[in-house]
Design a protein around this ligand. Sequence first.
Ligand SMILES: [Fe+2]
Length: 648
Amino acid sequence: MRTHLSRRSRVAASATAAVLGVAVALGSGVATPALAADTATLSSVILGVGANETQRIVSWYSSADNAQAIQLAPTADLVTGEFPATAATFAAVGAANIATSGGYNRHATITGLKENTAYSYRVGSEGNWSSAYAFKTQDFEGDYDFLFYGDPQIGASGNVAKDQAGWTDTLDVSLAANPNAELLVSGGDQVETANTESQWNAFLASDKLRQYPWVATIGNHDVGGKAYEQHLFTPNTDRSAAYYSNGQPASNTSGGDYWYIYKDTLFIDLNSNSYATSQGGGGDAAHVAYVTDVVKQHGGDAKWTVLVYHHSIYSAASHAKDSDAKVRRTDFPKTFSDLGVDLVLQGHDHVYARSYLIKNGEKANAAEQPAAEDVFAGPGGVLYVTANSASGSKYYDITKPDASGTNGPDPLKPSDYWYSSVQNQEHVRSYVKVGVRSDKLVVENIRSGSCAAPNASVELGSSCTNTTEAQPVGSVVDKVTVHPYHGDSQDIQVNVPNAKPGEFGWTIDGYNGLVDLGTAVEQPGDYFTAAGKINPIKVSDSRRSLSPWSLSASVGDFKDADKTFSGSYLGWTPFVADAGAGASAGAAVESGYGTDGKGLSVSRGLGSAAQGHTRGSARLGADLDLKIPADVAKGNYRTTLTITALSS
Ligand SMILES: [Fe+2]
């Protein structure tokens, strides 16, 4: 009687682990959507930033007030566009919209995203899903780019269609040039008129806003209603009265300050509409306290601090001398310098302006030259950037310094403001690209349009000074590299990449010869016995996940031509021949002879390791013990031991 070993399956541990990892991480907190046929109309879907790089928030409108959710799966798991049964679901919450918007709003937070993964998602409920949209994650550490867009302000030109065309084109142009940009950061003023949904529809028309996370910032044109909050749910948002311009979060107004950390950058986004306590909100003092608290609590978790708010305090056009800008120019800069803020991104003045490094409200280094390509922050140096219109709906022309003291001239170029390193207004669309690198921020202002359409403001009569030959779409208006300050000490950095994920596998150790149990020996009591050992199995597990594994085996019936006896007569005693990989031997299984047991005719554990085991390899063996009834016919019987591995 003889047995031999065969291997049936070798589990690709790393692939299995990846699939299960997503299911585990994403599978919680699922609300069961209404199963009844539901005909809610789903609209205004927008992908938003989450609290960190493993999250996204999706917001949308619904015509009906039913239970809804986001469904999400790695795009690789979709089969001919169908979401798999393993898709994760994230229950949405929301409320009724204000009457002028109609319908309801919904949002949900996607959590547990994995790096370097393409995902597909849709919103709605079973039987009534939206179209599917896609986004991708990238490496969760290291360098990355984000894009900053000033005042799309759809409707500002008076022609929503033209504004939409320019806005959509800037998204297309900027993301064609920077397909791996990771965030689309708003400078505020998404729309011209706060609650006008036709303008929101135009703002949201581009599918790019469903593929890249939009980082909302509230502008003065967004603040006068709830539509901003209905459309753009943001993470970690403090909706205290102080962060609402009128001090009334429940009123028909939007607001709130919020923060998030994305890949070593702490972003803090302020509702700069609340700036004077006389309006009812907490004003600048509340923002200063907020930024201080957030930096103190979370600054240690990031390498960079970037602030974003709408009302530029160092701009160069129509709003440069606004009284509120002058007040904020007093209220903000010292705190930002003290807290080590690296970059402040602003809008509102529809002009491109890059400040000199500003420390405590003054030029940090009198010797810094206009348009310097490299600036060195020193202690307290902060770069303030104002973005021009990303849509072309409205541009403001550069204004002149005065003798007021707060808006005086730059001694190095007296026609510009003292704080302006670069000012630019050509009446063409542009966006700001920020490259976050290991020891520098690279800030560029890049043209996304020319004088030609789509350029609503110019189409409707304003002038344009751009020259397509010298300043084409994609050309750089300004570029500066900010080198941060490291104090008197030296900072040392090292990038540690992901270790190889490792692999789980098993193999028969050595030559897989026939396991020959020899000739069975008749025993007193009317049965035969035979014994032997399986060929040792070598298990190796180098996975970083330290996930469990197990090996099990079973045999079929022993056969010789048409003669047979049951595999249940074979028993075994597994053992660990060489320890490692956390291996422990399976339980001994006795022959089914005389006991009515099933022996090895059913799957039995040879060895296993628990979660958290050491990495390495082991050799497993087993003593075989066969007992068969004496009435089995003479013959030369064989069976096959089939080994199955499981790993997660
Ligand atoms: Fe604006």
